[in-house]
Every structure is written in C-alpha cells, then in structure tokens.
Design a protein around this ligand. Structure first.
Ligand SMILES: Cc1cc2nc3c(=O)[nH]c(=O)nc-3n(C[C@H](O)[C@H](O)[C@H](O)COP(=O)(O)OP(=O)(O)OC[C@H]3O[C@@H](n4cnc5c(N)ncnc54)[C@H](O)[C@@H]3O)c2cc1C
Length: 491
C-alpha cells in the first residue's frame, strides 16, 4: 500500500479536476491519477475549444460566470436567453427522447451554477463572440445556446483547473495509470496504479472514475460501435481506451446507454490517428451547411442543411464513415468563402481549388468525376433561388426534387473559385458507459450503489444517445464531476 487518501480521482481532464476540487472542499487528502505524462495530460478536455452549454435567462445570469464582461461588451451584444426549458428540449430532441430524465435535469439545472463555481475556483470565461455569434447591423447576436467559453479554450481550461487543484493542495500523479479497483463485499477500498513500471496499491475511502470513454481503443470501437469504426480517426487524446469503464464492470458495475453510439464529426481526411495538441480541434470541418458533400461515387448522401450545425455535426461523422472508402469532399463556391470557419485556413488541409466545376471534380482524389459533375449540375438546378439565403435562421432555402434534399441554406455553386476539402470520420467520444444515480454513485448490475465508487464525464452512460448538442460534454463533466466529488467526500 502506498498512502491512504480520502478521495482518489482517476483522470485529470475537466470532470476529474472538478471532482477533485469539489472533494477538497470537504476532505483533506485528495489524489488525482493521470495516465498521460504531464505534457499530454488533460484528456479530451484539453483538445476542446472550451465551449460550454449553459442555461441562462439573460446577461445578468451570464455575469455570474463572466464577471469581467464590461459595459461596452454588453452594449454591443445581444446575448438573448437560453432557458432551462430550451436546454432540456434540445437534449430530449437530439437524443430522440432517450436521455435519462433525472441526470439531464441535473445537467441543465446546475449548468450555470457550476460554471459560476468554476469561476470562483479560478477558471475564467468569456463570451464566444468568435464562434457562436453573428454580427447583425453592428451588434453581435448569439444563437443556438452556446455563449460561454473558457479563456484559452481547452488548454486554458485544463491549465486553470490544474493550477486551482495545486493551489488547494490536491496531489496529482502523472504517468500513473489506474489498472484495477480494490474492492470487497463492502465496496471499493482503493485502486491499483501502474507508475514508472511498478504497480502500487492506493487505499481510499472513495474513488471517482473520470477517465473518459473508449474511443481511443480500436478493438472496443469495432466491438461496440460496429464494423468499420476501427478505421475512424480519434480527434482527441490517445489515453481514453475505456480503462475505467472496464475496471468498474469488473467489479459488477452496470453498463447503460448507447454503447453502439458516439459523437463523431467531419475531420481532415489525412489527419493523424490521434489528436494533435498543436492543431487542437482545427482538423474539424464544420462549414458544410454552406456547401454540399460528395462521396467517392460522386453522389450527395446527406442533407447538409437539415438543421443548425450544432445539431447535426456530431452525427454526420458516422454518415461519412459509412461512405465508400470512408471519406467525402465538401464543396463550396466563392459566395460563401468569407463564411468558412477558421479551421479551413489551417496549413494541414486537403484542399482543391478550381475556376470551373469541370476542373474541380477532376481534382477530387478517388471520386468518379463524371458522376460528380452531373450531381453538382442537378443540385444547382434544384435550388429554390427565389427564397433568400440567411445564415442566421433556418431560411428554408432548399432544393426540390432531389433524392437527398438540402433543406436550408442551399446556394447554387456558380461563382469561382470553387473549393473542395477532403474529410473522413473523426470520433470524439463514446456514448455508452457506467450507470450512475443523481449523486454520481456507480450502480451495480443488481441495481444498488457500489459503496465508495463514483463516476463523472465521458464514461457515464445514459446521457447522450445518437447525437449531442454542441458544448454539452464539458458542462456534463463539470456538473457531474462536482456532484461526484462532493458525494465521494461525504461518504
Ligand atoms: C477535438 C475536440 C473538441 C471538443 N470540443 C468541445 C467543446 O468545445 N465543448 C465541449 O463541451 N466538448 C467538446 N469536446 C468533448 C469534450 O472534450 C469531452 O466531452 C470532455 O472533455 C470529456 O471530459 P472528461 O473529463 O470526461 O474526459 P477527458 O477530458 O478525456 O479526461 C479523461 C482523463 O482520463 C485519463 N485516463 C484515461 N485512462 C486512465 C487510467 N487508466 N488511469 C488514469 N487516468 C486515465 C486521460 O489521460 C484523461 O486525462 C471536444 C472533444 C474533442 C476531442
């Protein structure tokens, strides 16, 4: 045995560090175990833009999380509101009414308060003007419920949480991989951890598991998500291989949720196998609502304008993976060039430019060029050009008569230069995981809480199914990390 702690937290991402900080409010000896070495620590949380979905009734609510907002910023911004009802509706709708109602209510109702709590711990937030607001007549107008982002994005978030943990006397071990839970009939008593090639046993009154999903494990991906998923690229950390899920299942924890489901997006076709911290989330390619997709057969295969990007991007990675060769091209013309997100400007893109559609299709690697040209002409002819284009609303500017419609923002491709970007499927995180109750206690297959065991974040099941409203992953980790830490420390 190596030492004795009140609470041991497995992982050092957002959920874990929130759990550790909450536990430390009640108990003295808190240890964080992080599998990654320090320079790669912070999990998927570090790869994010730091965007957090928070329910609020107006700017006065937001100032709890962002006390630094000044009068000039408030005057030039229409923050609107994103009520608890809207957040609950979004969760229900995108998960096709599968999300656990009790957990979802906690996620939504504690979102603002938790972000304000993080602010008090030293995490600074700002309004996501650059990402989630349109400038309309000189005033920024927020849309889609995503208003708050951590200063410094994911790296800034992890750094400030880590600093707060250190300041509060929380011990962090890096390159320390938890391998098993130590448990008997009375519950969990500690964890086994491998560090510097040696296995150590750590005693703890409670253990909080916050070690992410299994998306970085190709064998589990093929096993649970289905054939072909081993071919997806991992958008974030290589360390989330399902360890903590397996550790809990081994001692009788109940699996729950959408085990064959995951969050997956359009991602640079030639991106590396795992995320690259120097590039962060910029391999994503999220401007498809302004253009069209083509697959290897030269065919469109999805309604690019079905809904706002925030409500479709997380499920379209799966659709791309299902295409022949697991890739697609996004096609735009010069009319929407200024609207393309920053990620289209990075050096590491697979991009083609041409002054005619005829030339463009010939440059699309691995695509049937003749079929592609025919498809683009058919698309252009189907656009209802009498309906005005408006990116700020679901404008109803659609196609008519196509087998695969485009329901909003359908622009003709007629203004050179034309641009094409190659994408594949990038997996973000898996949806299936451990069953918890509203105190974040892990539930056994017999339906009872496992004494001493808590969980939060990506490895919890039952919250996301099929799809996901953008910016909810961090909020989920923070809210349930805080609940788990508080419960674990009260045990
Ligand atoms: C590119 C990208 C962009 C994203 N953008 C956003 C966004 O803007 N907003 C948003 O809300 N969500 C976003 N997400 C999703 C978000 O990252 C996750 O939902 C969230 O960070 C999960 O937090 P977590 O603490 O549960 O897991 P993580 O942050 O992944 O932390 C898990 C930790 O556990 C550690 N670990 C794993 N196994 C072990 C073990 N055996 N022992 C010890 N430690 C272990 C890992 O090293 C890691 O540090 C994005 C994800 C990616 C990949």
């Amino acid at each position: 045995m190596s030492g004795e702690y009140d609470v041991v937290v497995v992982g050092a991402g957002n959920a874990a560090l929130c759990a550790a900080l909450a536990a430390r409010e009640k108990v003295a000896r808190v240890l964080v175990l992080e599998r990654a070495p320090e320079d790669e620590a912070g999990g998927n949380s570090r790869f994010t833009a730091g965007l957090m979905r928070v329910a609020y009734n107006g700017v006065e609510d937001l100032t709890r999380a962002m006390p630094d907002l000044n009068a000039e910023e408030i005057a030039r911004t229409d923050f609107g509101a994103y009520t608890e009802e809207q957040f609950l509706d979004d969760m229900a709708r995108v998960t096709e009414y599968r999300c656990d109602p009790d957990l979802t209510e906690i996620l939504v109702k504690r979102s603002l308060d938790t972000v304000a709590w993080m602010r008090a711990k030293g995490v600074r937030f700002t309004a996501a003007w650059g990402r989630q607001a349109f400038n309309i007549g000189g005033k920024f107008k927020f849309w889609g419920g995503l208003t708050v982002e951590a200063v410094g994005g994911g790296p800034g978030l992890v750094e400030s949480l880590t600093n707060a943990a250190r300041k509060n006397g929380i011990e962090i071990w890096y390159a320390a991989r938890a391998t098993d839970l130590i448990a008997d009939d009375d519950g969990v008593k500690g964890v086994r951890v491998r560090r510097n090639g040696k296995t150590t046993h750590i005693r703890a009154t409670s253990v909080v598991l916050a070690a992410g999903g299994f998306q970085a494990n190709p064998e589990w991906r093929a096993r649970y998500l289905g054939p072909g998923w081993e071919l997806a690229k991992v958008r974030g950390t290589r360390f989330n291989t399902g360890d903590a899920i397996r550790m809990a299942l081994d001692i009788g924890a109940a699996p729950v949720g959408n085990w064959s489901g995951c969050h997956a997006v359009a991602w640079e076709r030639n991106a590396p196998e795992f995320g690259d911290l120097a590039v962060g989330d910029q391999f994503q390619k999220h401007s498809y609502p302004w253009g069209v997709y083509l697959n290897a057969e030269g065919k469109r295969f999805v309604d690019e304008g079905a809904d706002f990007r925030n409500y479709t991007y997380a499920k379209y990675g799966r659709v791309i993976l299902a295409q022949p060769g697991q890739f697609a091209w996004q096609i735009f013309d010069a009319k929407v060039k200024a609207q393309l997100r920053d990620e289209y400007k990075i050096r590491q893109v697979t991009k083609r430019v041409a002054s005619t559609l005829e030339d463009l299709v010939k440059q699309l690697d691995d695509v049937d060029a003749d079929a592609a040209l025919k498809e683009l002409h058919a698309y252009n002819a189907a656009v209802q050009t009498a309906i005005p284009f408006n990116p700020n609303i679901k404008d109803g500017r659609r196609t008519e008569g196509l087998a695969i419609p485009k329901s909003n923002w359908a622009n003709t491709l007629d203004t050179p230069p034309f641009e094409a970007y190659a994408v594949t499927c990038g997996i973000t995180f898996t949806f299936g995981g451990l069953r918890i109750n509203t105190d974040a206690q892990v539930i056994s297959t017999d339906g009872e809480p496992i004494p001493g065991l808590y969980a939060a974040g990506e490895l919890v099941g039952g919250i996301f199914y099929f799809n996901y409203p953008g910016g909810t992953g961090l909020t989920n980790g923070s809210v349930f990390g805080r609940v788990a830490g508080t419960s674990a420390a009260s045990a």
